[in-house]
Design a protein around this ligand. Structure first.
Ligand SMILES: [Zn+2]
Length: 290
């Protein structure tokens, strides 16, 4: 038996049930969440392996691919692509989502210019506004972020509580693109939540810190039935997931939370009471790659 197979066998013996679909399914695979390809040189943080059934693991591979590409976009530096893998990721994305790229790029020089002006971007000498694009956020991005946010929240809940997030629990997600970072240097929502008590661990592999690529802060109630998870992916996007393991408990706060935190796209990503349906009111949101 190879080392990897041995490791997997021992891991699944310790973690027999899938952490992502409520606890009824046996885990047969090991899921890396966030996906390894998000990280430079595939150096993902230690301890971010989770027991997963076949369906949960392979059902989200397209969204994982999009997240890996999105999470590396960096409007300030080239650091998002220091391993040179971003091009390959983009090719893989365009294969899986053939209609996606034309939707991202501004359709005219005029539109490109107006987007850039809004964010105070001046193209480098000799480059046009169209060559310095601000990307639109199409539905595919929103769906991928919702899918990833749901998986990550369940994974981190499992990591913290050693229990599986129930299938009738509730999760809301509110995300924001780096447009906010460019305009104000920070994510408004995370500033608002700065005082909320929580744990923001250092994430590393072989002693190398990875928080510049992926970081989070988890706030859990002492009963471990209510959570708020703040996540930042590099310089590309951030989101907050609010969750409750008690069916109906969080749903009653939907209107209030949506109103208070509705500055970016807001979605019900798990619920046995409300319809799980992304809210596509996000035409104003854009992402700046480099
Ligand atoms: Zn599963």
């Amino acid at each position: 038996m190879g080392v990897a197979t041995k490791h997997k066998k021992a891991f699944l013996l310790k973690h027999p049930y899938c952490a992502f679909c409520g606890g009824a399914a046996l885990a047969t695979t090991v899921e890396h969440c966030p996906p390894r390809s998000l990280f430079q040189d595939r150096q993902w943080p230690e301890g971010f392996e989770f027991p997963c059934c076949e369906a949960c693991n392979h059902g989200t591979s397209n969204e994982d691919l999009l997240i890996a590409m999105l999470g590396r976009l960096d409007p300030f530096t080239e650091l998002g692509d220091r391993d040179g893998r971003q091009n390959g990721l983009m090719h893989a994305v365009s294969k899986q989502f053939p209609d996606l790229f034309p939707k991202l790029i501004p359709s005219s020089a005029r539109e490109a210019r107006s987007r850039n002006r809004k964010l105070g971007i001046k193209p480098a000498p000799g480059r046009t506004h169209l060559e310095t694009p601000v990307l639109s956020v199409p539905a595919e991005f929103h769906v991928a972020i919702c899918t990833f946010g749901r998986k990550l929240a369940k994974a981190i809940f499992y990591r913290d509580s050693s229990t599986i997030f129930p299938s009738d629990g509730c999760l809301f997600l509110n995300w924001f693109s780096n447009e906010q970072l460019m305009l104000t240097g920070k994510y408004q929502m995370l500033e608002l939540m700065r005082e909320v008590n929580g744990v923001a661990p250092q994430l590393a592999r072989s002693g190398r810190l990875l928080n510049d690529q992926f970081s989070f802060k988890l706030s859990m109630s002492p009963q471990k039935d209510t959570l708020a998870l703040q996540v930042v992916l590099g310089k590309s996007l951030g989101f907050v997931v609010f969750g409750s393991t008690r069916p109906g408990a969080l749903e009653s706060s939907y209107e209030r939370l949506h109103h208070e935190h509705g500055k970016g796209p807001f979605a019900v990503i798990a619920s046995s009471v409300l319809q799980v349906q992304p809210d596509f009111g996000f035409s104003e949101h854009q992402i700046k790659p480099a």
